[in-house]
Design a protein around this ligand. Sequence first.
Ligand SMILES: Cc1cc2nc3c(=O)[nH]c(=O)nc-3n(C[C@H](O)[C@H](O)[C@H](O)COP(=O)(O)O)c2cc1C
Length: 322
Amino acid sequence: MLSAIPDRETIDIALGLAVRAPSVHNTQPWRWRPTATGIQLFADTGRHLTATDPFQRSLIISCGAALHHLRIGLAALNWSTSVDYCPDPTDPSHLATVHTTRQRPSDTQIEQAAAILLRRTDRRRYLTQPVPAGHIRSLAGRVSAFGAAVRQVPDLLLPHLADPMRRAATLHTTDRDYQAEIARWSGPDRATDGVPSRNAPAPRRVGEIPVRSFAQPTLIDTIDQPDGAQWLVVGTPRDDRRAQVRAGEAISALLLTATGLGLATSLQTEPLGVLDARQEIRTRLLHDCAYPQAMVRVGWSAGHAAPLAETPRRPVQEVLEV
Ligand SMILES: Cc1cc2nc3c(=O)[nH]c(=O)nc-3n(C[C@H](O)[C@H](O)[C@H](O)COP(=O)(O)O)c2cc1C
């Protein structure tokens, strides 16, 4: 296999898929720099949500998700990739350099590439119809390739998730900086970033597991009974920057695989920005063996539910450094 570099058009197409990745509050906190030796990914810390994500974990995970989307896009265009993670000790914002080699994609990569444009964060309630254990095993298999693990939260342990989520949500209702970020990054008329009103349903009823609330929600929740979502916790054995980039890749692989299986998904991370709430999730659900990086709701959308509109993205030129 000869090492080579894709032409500019190929890189642009792959970056067009990379920017479809999920990101916290749809901040799209990434910058890309194609060079003669590889495509470099940088964290755009100017888009850091200091109150929502005080430790930059979600920012780095978002970049990791975009990295995975880029790799899948390149794979579909006949370029296999390898990655140097955090290659510059003098520049912590340089998260990865992607190297390419000509190679045909695997069936799995083609399936994941096909899911990129179909995937949406679906915050509505899901049906109570269970997700088959085989599907959960497939999702767990995909994240393990990136050194992460998935724990499905059994119904009996849901209070251990609901408690810290409720505590974080309560704390945030009176946190002016947090609320300012919600107002700044969500609402109507979002043109190129942020969470549009049309993608945010009304806050959950009392008694339900609270999920992050956004400004001026207008999405109709088509299911008027308790949410049937299965909750997964994605954890990693380490919690450094490299582990978080790879957690982002793992989460992207999970979401794209779930989309390919016809499942709806929604990431939830509100309590992970609150130290003691995250520690509680780590202790009670991961037995102090892994660091929680994100929770994922998975399940089936109501058959009659209208497809969700896609969220906006910044144009590739805006995140590209030439
Ligand atoms: C690291 C990370 C954390 C996120 N946390 C939440 C969350 O707490 N609540 C939520 O509703 N969505 C969350 N999201 C989903 C983003 O809001 C969503 O990806 C973004 O608005 C773009 O929409 P899309 O996924 O439909 O393309 C998160 C996404 C990432 C990558």
